[in-house]
Design a protein around this ligand. Structure first.
Ligand SMILES: [Zn+2]
Ligand SMILES: [Zn+2]
Length: 296
């Protein structure tokens, strides 16, 4: 499967300026594509989704894809109104998201409520129902596994509930071919660590090839030694990412959900610290950036 990062920023898009450069790692919020011949999966619809949409339009063929939304915080859905393929008749998208009542008074598909709400006429000129493409909502719960067939292999997408205000799914995507499993990718952003490793994440990431993990804060930021105390905000640090990856025997750790207060220089420093510590325990570390593409 081919994986591409379209957005690795957390919380809010962070454009590069002369004083605050973010062009190396990118300023768009979370979006990742996973593709095998005959099937595309899109993880989250942050502002990075806009560029993925433009790339799909370039291909000039009808687009069919399955979205999986970790949760509906704004930075994970805000790209959807700017996803050009969803305005084009003949395209078809299945939108997988949480079922259960995560907010008082919201019953039914949390995802559908959030996407419709985001495009109410007060917020956006074109409503979800008028977008042109066929949009099908599929509810998915924690612990579920969805199987999607490609041409010569299939993907399985397994969900677990992570530790984040309002709830958030982590996903494990595996490709299974006729010659056996060829790769596993674990998507775990918007999750706060516990004192010990998170058993649910351990289960999800066990022996995985790549763990994409929420490393929004440095240890000092999280502990409030630098700025506000961030405990309870639902995000984690690269040190905890390393601990999760090492314990789960995951070979590679990719840091993501970069804090909007972190410019390229800060992220590069975090990356080099994490890489050095990772090398001591046999985990290869890198910071995710927009445009990063790899095959598993
Ligand atoms: Zn987020
Ligand atoms: Zn969130």
């Amino acid at each position: 499967m081919k994986i591409r990062i379209w957005g690795a920023r957390g919380s809010i898009p962070t454009p590069s300026t002369t004083d605050f450069v973010t062009s190396r790692y990118g300023g768009n919020t979370t979006c990742v594509s996973v593709e095998i011949p005959g099937r595309m999966v899109i993880l989250d619809g942050g502002s990075g989704l806009r560029n993925l949409g433009l790339a799909l339009v370039e291909r000039g063929v009808p687009v069919k894809a399955d979205f999986f939304f970790s949760h509906v915080h704004w930075d994970h859905i805000q790209g959807f109104p700017f996803f050009v393929p969803s305005f084009m008749k003949g395209n078809e998208f299945t939108l997988h998201g949480a079922v259960h009542e995560r907010e008082t008074g919201v019953v039914g598909s949390v995802l559908e409520n959030a996407l419709r709400g985001q495009q109410r006429s007060l917020n956006f000129p074109i409503q979800l129902a008028d977008m042109g493409a066929k949009l099908v909502f599929e509810e998915v719960g924690a612990g579920a596994t969805v199987k999607l067939a490609g041409i010569s292999s299939h993907l399985t997408i397994r969900t677990v509930e992570l530790n984040h205000p309002g709830g958030c799914f982590g996903f494990r995507i595996e490709e299974h071919g006729t010659a056996g499993e060829s790769g596993s990718f674990v998507f775990a952003t918007d999750t706060e660590h516990f004192a010990e490793v998170n058993p649910k994440l351990q289960d999800l990431a066990r022996d995985g090839d790549v763990l994409l993990y929420d490393a929004q804060y440095t240890e000092d930021e999280y502990d409030g030694k630098k700025g506000m105390l961030r405990k309870g905000w639902g995000h984690s640090t690269w040190r905890h990412g390393l601990r999760e990856a090492a314990k789960a025997k995951c070979k590679r750790l990719l840091l993501t959900h970069h804090d909007p207060m972190h410019d390229d220089w800060t992220i590069a420093r975090i990356e080099s610290d994490a890489r050095r510590e990772g090398a001591k325990i046999g985990v290869a570390v890198a910071a995710a950036y927009e445009g990063l593409e790899f095959e598993l």
